[in-house]
Design a protein around this ligand. Structure first.
Ligand code: DON
Length: 580
């Protein structure tokens, strides 16, 4: 279940890699991490990863365990019915790859499938119900990671998730909040209501939520690998349920799904800095590279707060404009990557920034949805293997549709396509033909699992947050540049600009009133948000000392665990949020 066409074949670390590792380790004099570190958006998922490492697994086995556990305990964020990107660094030979488990449009999808007879986008058609669902990639990706990078059998790494689905987990406040948000969509799907609600209502706090049908599907995956999901009985039941409810999946769509190994986006910067992040079909790495190149021409560190925010916003505006204009699945459309990643172009663009005046984005403002879903986790094991993974089913609880008795909650990732040029999706993102719907195509994403290195310090980071993911990761990187502790990186207040709508979104209390006033004076439209956003999970390793640190975003309920067999340190998401 893998397409190796776009990246040199990886496989397990070859026999000579231990030798290479020793040589590299000696030359780089890296001190191995003192601890394993796992940080995810849910304590039970972090714990699943720990169990698997303590059973002899590596960071990649833990990534499988954490992904699968999140599918059970955080069904509003990701799941077997969704997709994601796993950025891997294998210490033994320094092999780096992005596992692309992004959803694909079914073969029967068409560019105008969400338009009515008058060519208008039909409200919610790409958000609720099975017509909104792309062909999932998570099951194939988990099997692929276990088989090619893990040390343990897939079945063993899936075990914690199977137990959580079978025996249940206590419903938390975050679950309740998300279920409240999506209650109508969940009620509309009888299987979703049965699995995720209690008597059609949001389950009470502490209610033990058991998902036996999901446990059975996980068990099938454990026993039969990806083929047990994409062919045979499970596939048949998925397709039957989707089609009975108005969807367009076919058995061929599932059979043809392929994980793709892709070269990540890499950018080296002065000061021994290096970015490694998600490549297309995520826009994350490209935009981060563009923004960092622009900022490199005009560093922001010495500026006062208003100048700094103004500069960052103008840089964001320009990079997000490229997203809308040029980016889409490069297996289907030509994307001028060489131009976008050209340093000369970055230099010219940054020269066009007027520090006294906002550059108007030219089109009308559109409203951004406020989804708080999707999920990110970061893992480092004591060998130095790293994983940054961002997984999604898009909107909270995806399409709200559970496919019959499979227990699989389907994504609504089709909304990440551009249903019509210039018409915004739920994140207010506009797109172009590059991101138009086409059969088998992957929809453009913002998910940006990232490794960022400054000298000897490696930071593993990422976050959910729709279109705001990329600007959050940028602010995380800049904080890492400034040497901030991980607890501050996850906690700091955030702001965002995405070209259209032409305004700055600001988290509550993130910027001083005087700074906001100055930004308005320069012509920026401001939207003060009444809720915080994002859920960043960060691990850091200092290769010079071997010190490891990790932090979960205080906006969520996530948990970081540092452990090494005998000792265990659990760090909850309790730090206070700080101003930038
Ligand atoms: O792939 C993407 O860019 C979106 N489907 C991610 C959605 C997301 O992060 C929602 N979180 N608030």
């Amino acid at each position: 279940m893998v397409d190796h066409g776009r990246r040199p074949v990886s496989r397990k670390a070859p026999w000579w890699s231990l030798f290479v590792f020793c040589v590299l380790a000696a030359t780089a004099s890296a001190v191995p991490p003192r601890n394993h570190a796992i940080v995810s958006a849910h304590p039970l998922a972090s714990e699943a990863g720990r169990l698997v490492i303590e059973a002899g697994g590596n960071a990649f086995d833990a990534a499988v365990a954490v992904s699968a556990a999140l599918a059970v305990v955080e069904p509003y964020g990701s799941g077997l019915g969704g997709g994601g990107f796993w950025l891997l660094h294998r210490a033994a030979d320094r092999f780096e790859v992005m596992i692309d488990g992004r959803e694909r449009a079914p073969a029967a999808a068409t560019a105008d499938m969400y338009l009515d007879a008058n060519g208008q986008v039909v409200d919610r058609a790409s958000i609720d119900g099975p017509l909104a669902a792309g062909i999932p990639g998570v099951p194939a990706a988990l099997a692929h990671i276990a088989e090619n990078y893990g040390r343990l059998p897939l079945a063993m790494s899936l075990q914690p998730a199977i137990i959580l689905a079978r025996d249940g987990f206590p419903v938390d406040a975050e679950y309740r909040r998300m279920a409240e948000w999506r209650i109508d969509a969940l009620r509309a799907s009888p299987a979703a209501a049965q699995q995720l609600l209690v008597d059609g209502e949001v389950p009470p706090l502490g209610h033990r939520l058991r998902q036996p049908t999901l446990a059975a599907t996980l068990q099938a995956l454990a026993g039969g690998g990806a083929a047990a999901f994409y062919a045979g009985d499970v596939a048949q039941r998925l397709v039957d349920a989707v089609r009975a409810a108005g969807g367009i999946w076919s058995l061929d769509d599932l059979r043809d799904y392929r994980v793709v190994e892709r070269a990540p986006v890499e950018l080296r910067l002065p000061g021994n800095r290096r970015l490694l992040s998600a490549s297309l079909p995520s826009s994350g790495g490209v935009l981060l590279a563009e923004m960092l190149m622009m900022l490199d021409q005009r560093p922001s560190v010495e500026l006062d707060a208003a100048d700094r925010v103004h500069l960052l916003v103008e840089v964001m505006r320009r990079a997000y404009a490229d997203r809308a204009r040029f980016l889409g699945d490069s297996d289907h459309v030509h994307v001028p990557l060489a131009q976008l990643l050209n340093r000369g172009r970055a230099q010219r663009r940054v020269q066009q920034i007027d520090m006294h005046r906002a550059t108007p984005s030219t089109r009308a403002a559109l409203d951004v949805g406020e989804g708080q879903d999707t999920t990110h986790f970061s893992i480092l094991d004591r060998e130095g293997n790293r994983v940054a993974a961002t997984l999604s089913i898009n909107y909270p609880f995806g399409s709200g549709f559970v496919a019959g008795n499979t227990g699989v909650l389907l994504n609504d990732e089709m909304d990440d396509f551009s249903a019509k040029p210039g018409v915004a999706n739920v994140y207010g993102l506009v797109g172009n033909d590059a991101n138009a719907i086409a059969p088998g195509k992957r929809m453009l994403s913002s998910m940006s699992p990232t490794f960022y290195e400054v000298g000897d310090v490696v930071t593993i980071l990422g976050t959910p947050g729709g279109s705001r993911i990329i600007s959050m990761v940028l602010q995380g990187i800049l904080a890492a540049d400034g040497g901030e502790p991980v607890s501050t990186i996850v906690a700091r207040g955030r702001f965002h600009h995405q070209y259209l709508p032409d305004r700055i979104d600001i988290e509550p209390d993130a910027l001083d009133a005087a700074v906001v006033e100055e930004l308005q004076r320069r012509g920026h439209a401001i939207r003060q948000l009444d809720r915080p956003y994002g859920n960043m999970q960060v691990v850091r390793w200092d290769l010079a000392s071997g010190a490891v640190d990790a932090a979960a975003d205080p906006r969520g309920i996530g948990q970081a665990i540092l452990f090494d067999g005998a000792r265990r340190q659990v760090i909850g998401a309790a730090a206070r949020r700080q101003a930038p």
